[in-house]
Design a protein around this ligand. Structure first.
Ligand SMILES: [Zn+2]
Length: 149
């Protein structure tokens, strides 16, 4: 129980930095989407930080080994906040599962959440972390996954 409480309190700060692999991301200031910075290497990321999953509808596009998963994430800042939506993509083989009711963080390249996205330029997270299930996925372009547990 104590571990679960710590995980919920630390949230995005326990996620390894996608650039250097250290757990040195600063606490976000304000609501998501938000910019977070690494205290060690200085890299910046766009993030949904410590948000609640309402639902994550995942559709497989293409084959299991060369396809994509389209996530239609419905999320809210907290239990009282209005729901918001974000569509993002992962590779089919990454098997990112974000449970309804879980607290999660998603880290994207700096500026990506503010840019328009479509079929040609898909929005893909560098790291997805489910703090409730204590699981993190290092995705395309992020630091070595040996640093993740
Ligand atoms: Zn870093």
């Amino acid at each position: 129980m104590r571990e679960a409480v710590e995980a919920a309190m630390n949230g995005v700060r326990m996620v390894p930095c996608p650039a250097c692999g250290e757990r040195a991301l600063g606490a976000p200031h304000g609501g998501s989407p938000v910019s977070v910075a690494c205290g060690r290497c200085g890299a910046r990321f766009d993030a949904l930080a410590d948000v609640l999953v309402v639902s994550d509808d995942v559709r497989l596009k293409g084959g299991c080994c060369a396809g994509w998963r389209r996530h239609e994430l419905v999320w809210r800042e907290n239990a009282q906040a209005p729901v918001q939506e974000l569509t993002f993509w992962t590779w089919a083989q990454d098997h990112v599962t974000l449970g309804a009711g879980d607290t999660i963080s998603l880290l994207f390249p700096d500026g990506d959440l503010r840019r328009p996205h479509g079929r040609r330029k898909r929005l893909m997270p560098l790291v997805a972390a489910d703090h409730t299930r204590r699981h993190a996925w290092a995705l395309v372009g992020s630091a070595p996954i040996a640093t993740l547990r």
